[in-house]
Each structure stands twice: as structure tokens, then as C-alpha cells.
Design a protein around this ligand. Sequence first.
Ligand code: FPP
Length: 274
Amino acid sequence: MKALYEILEPGAPEWLAAEALDPNRLPVHVAIIMDGNGRWAKKRGLPRVAGHRAGVEPVRGAVETCARLGVQALTLYAFSMENWKRPRAEVETLWRLLRFYLKHELAELNRNNVRFQAIGRIDELPAIIQRDLQETTVATAANTGLRLSLAINYGGRSEIVDAVRVLVEKAHRGEAVEVTEESIGANLYTSNLPDPDLLIRTSGEMRVSNFLLWQIAYAELYVTDTLWPDFNRTELLRAIVEFQRRERRFGGLGSNADASQDEAHSTEAVAVTR
Ligand code: FPP
């Protein structure tokens, strides 16, 4: 697999965006809420499903870009537990597109050294979808590059409930169980992944929509007005550039804070109030 820099055309927008990146400070795990397919279709006077169809190409682009850049994990929100409320024909189109993607992308996933997995309440999905997901997981299991997770029939709260249930069941069986951040984290669907450090949402909504609630505690949020079908490689690279501009503090003071000066001020303040 060629690195991203080797396949871009010098001077093209995606090349310029890639040039602005620091390859040594990439996000480790990028998570994306792919939103706006319906609006994209509506703007063109097309049925909603046309928007979902147009949403497949940016999925391919995001996977390829992350794989070639050397990002360790990419998690895409493909179908939430709430999405079952949509008209049956739309839901069925989504399953068809997912099957199409899995079938046609397998060779490309392997070429790009991508390891695939599905996260969510997978056992509640139609049997044929479960089978396709399982086949893709097995067929890419030996790869060592990007870990691609598709969140399907996924809900962040349900994921935490499921993790706690595993712990409770263990306790019922008499196993020693501690309820800690570590033990809950170790029983999430994403237990084999680092927490996302960048969460992207397309099409402008300022919501996290029940996605990876536990894992995004310290993620940088990036919301763009671009609708998912228009979210191309340049857009993804720009999101990563913006991520690299942020100062991540994890609740501390960060590298720019002058702690000694702050301490001096607080001593002064104490002296005045005494
Ligand atoms: C949100 O747009 C998108 C979805 C609910 C589904 C995401 C599906 C795809 C990107 C298609 C293919 C996926 C794979 C994995 C091959 P929306 O319909 O909520 O848009 P709206 O908010 O504008 O109505």
C-alpha cells in the first residue's frame, strides 16, 4: 500500500490539505457521525435513498485516507438503534448498501491492510447481514493496519448497559468483579481500541447522538456543515489539520499555562481574603 503522500497530485486541494498536516501528530482514533445524506438528496430533488447511495463513496474515501495516513482506528456510525424508526424501504436500502459495500470493498480492505469489525447489538440484525459482517471480519482478521469499526444497530447507552450486564453476570457466577472505569471500558464493544481523539460530525448538527458516549470523554469535536456525501478526502484532511491546532488539556492546564504565576496569584488572593 502506498502512503497517502505518494498518491496525491502536487498542487491539488487534497495535496495542499495533506501538506498542512504534521504526520507525527495524527489522531490515533477518528470517529465519524456520517450525517446529511437525506438533506443532500433533498437539495437535488432526489429520494432520501439516493443520498445514502451517494454516501458510500465518502466511506471508501475515509477508510482509504486513514489507512494510507497511518491512523490506527476509524469508527463510522452507520446505523443507530434509533434508525429502525425510519420507513422500512429506507432501512432496507441501508442494508442493501451495506452488503454492497462489504462485498465490493473486501479486496480493497485487504489491499489497504484494514482490519474490519462491526460494533453494536449485532445479534439483533437480519441473519444475512450478520453473516456478511462476520465473513468480512474473518477475511480481514490477519491484517495489521487500520482498524475499521462500523457501528451498526449501535447506541452508546446500550453499549454501557451491555458492559455492566457482563460484569453483573460474572458476579452472579461467583467471579471476583470490580466496577471501575477500567472494567467497564474493558467490556465495551470497543475494548480493543484506544478512545477516539477526534470526533467528526458532518452536516452541522451540534449533537453526539448517542455515539461512543463513554469513549469520547476527551475527544476533540469537529463539526462541519458539509453534508456526508460531499465529505471528500480534502475535508477529512482539513478536519485532521484543525485537530492538530487544538491544545489538548485532559482537564489539566496544558503546555502554555504559566503555573508558577497562577500559584503566585492564588497566594495573593488568599492573603487578601484573610
Ligand atoms: C445519516 O444521514 C446517515 C445514515 C443514517 C446512514 C449512513 C449510511 C451511509 C453513509 C451509507 C452507506 C454506509 C456504509 C457503511 C456502506 P440522514 O439520512 O440522517 O441525513 P439527514 O439528517 O439529512 O436526513
